[in-house]
Design a binder for this molecule. Structure first.
Ligand SMILES: NC(=O)c1ccc[n+]([C@@H]2O[C@H](COP(=O)([O-])OP(=O)(O)OC[C@H]3O[C@@H](n4cnc5c(N)ncnc54)[C@H](OP(=O)(O)O)[C@@H]3O)[C@@H](O)[C@H]2O)c1
Length: 163
């Protein structure tokens, strides 16, 4: 199984503020995420699950929480560790870990790939994408994009793959 993290961060590594995305509108990132994760199962932290910006996959989802008896909507399973979440996912070719900060922190050591969008701005934030050892990874894709009428910031899609 390929373990992939997928995140969008600003120039200060910001990924969230008050349990939402720090930026209001960047539909190109949304579209990219949907394209990249199509048909793949997802794992997310409980706070990201509760975010208004919550994402999910038709293929299946697991929420990580330490709360016993945590109730979720249909289509979401619950696990109390990352390892159990990965077991629940079962035998798939690629799993996407959607964050947020706490879940990225514990899953980075296991990451085979990191799909990172760099949003070229700085925003108020209380959640950040953790630092990782960039030299452990090679960049297999790097696409720069300019702001346009729909997307108010320049942004870059990068895919890192563990060497
Ligand atoms: N820009 C992006 O790409 C992106 C992606 C996703 C999320 N976000 C943002 O990130 C922010 C949320 O990040 P966050 O760090 O606050 O929350 P989070 O990682 O989504 O969820 C944290 C919760 O996960 C559970 N958890 C964490 N570590 C655990 C462990 N080792 N074992 C079992 N359960 C564990 C705990 O749930 P319980 O408290 O229930 O036990 C914890 O409160 C939001 O602002 C969201 O919008 C941004």
């Amino acid at each position: 199984m390929i373990i992939s993290l997928i995140a969008a961060m600003d120039l200060n590594r910001a990924i969230g503020y008050k349990n939402q995305l720090p930026w209001k509108h960047l539909p190109a990132d949304w579209d990219n995420l949907k394209k990249v994760t199509a048909g793949k199962k997802m794992i997310m932290g409980r706070r990201s699950y509760e975010s208004p910006d919550r994402l999910w996959s038709e293929a299946g989802n697991v929420v990580i929480t330490r709360q016993p008896d945590y109730q979720t909507d249909k289509g979401f399973l619950v696990a109390d560790t990352l390892e159990k979440a990965l077991q629940l996912v079962g035998d798939v070719d690629e799993i996407f870990i959607l964050g947020g900060e706490e879940i990225f922190r514990i899953s980075l050591p296991l990451a085979d790939r990191i799909y990172l969008t760099i949003v070229k701005g700085t925003f108020q934030a209380d959640a950040f994408f953790p630092e990782f050892i960039v030299s452990d990874f090679q960049i297999i894709q790097h696409d720069d994009h300019q702001a346009d009428s729909e997307n108010p910031y320049d942004y870059t899609f990068i895919i890192y793959e563990r060497k």
